[in-house]
Design a protein around this ligand. Structure first.
Ligand SMILES: N[C@@H](CCC(=O)N[C@@H](CS)C(=O)NCC(=O)O)C(=O)O
Length: 216
């Protein structure tokens, strides 16, 4: 298997964390350096025409991209430990929490969007950073309400087992930290995120633990 990723990519973190939780070796890890724009190079465009990481290429040549699709694929091919609860209502809740992050927050702060705001719309760095902080804070507010108001929230986002939602939440917390959107006003989110980082798979998958990452 080939795992196309980069240390600071939050979508790559989600898949790396999922692989570690399932006990799957990521195989050959290929750096796609987002700071150098390598995601737009022809060779990678052939793997993911959206020019975004992560991507997984299996030994039989099967190509996978989009982190949520990859995580569900891993869950179907390696059912233990499960990433989704058994009941349809629970599955919908876990997917909804995951999608607040992966569909309604993260796409707003990826490099191509920030670069467009900076280069095409001519906004300065402080404005781009405020954009990122604002959208993180907006989703944290919603996530806190969802998580603190439900009896289904346990040690993790849904009960006491790690689900897809926790993988997404932990990555979102890294993004929030980067954009200086503090978690302190959101105690349930913060408690669950702190619990996630105590899990060995999450800790190993942390962006700052990857080769090439800065010390802080
Ligand atoms: N929805 C995609 C998002 C993928 C994505 O945008 N990844 C970022 C890094 S976290 C990327 O490669 N961005 C390249 C760019 O924006 O130019 C997923 O969840 O996999």
């Amino acid at each position: 298997m080939k795992f196309f990723s980069f240390w600071r990519s939050l979508a790559s973190f989600r898949v790396r964390c999922g692989l570690f939780l399932k006990g799957i070796d990521p195989g050959e890890v290929i750096d796609v350096n987002l700071m150098k724009g390598q995601q737009r190079e022809e060779s990678f465009r052939k793997i993911n025409p959206m020019m975004a990481i992560p991507a997984l290429v299996e030994d039989d040549g099967n190509v996978l991209f989009e982190s949520l699709a990859i995580l569900e694929y891993l869950d179907e091919t390696h059912p233990n430990p499960p990433f989704l609860p058994k009941d349809p209502k629970g599955r919908a809740r876990v997917r909804a929490i995951s999608q607040i992050i992966c569909c309604d927050t993260h796409p707003l702060i990826v490099p191509r969007v920030r670069e467009y705001i900076a280069h095409q719309l001519k906004h300065d760095e402080a404005t781009v950073n405020e954009w990122g902080r604002h959208w993180h804070d907006t989703s944290l507010k919603a996530l806190e309400t969802v998580l603190s108001s439900s009896k289904q929230t346990g040690k993790y986002c849904h009960g006491d087992q790690v689900t897809l939602a926790d993988i997404c939440l932990a990555g979102n917390a890294v993004g929030a930290y980067y954009f200086k959107a503090p978690l302190d006003p959101y105690p349930t989110v913060k408690r669950i995120v702190d619990t996630c980082w105590q899990n060995e798979a999450f800790a190993r998958a942390h962006p700052l633990k990857q080769p090439g990452a800065p010390a802080q």
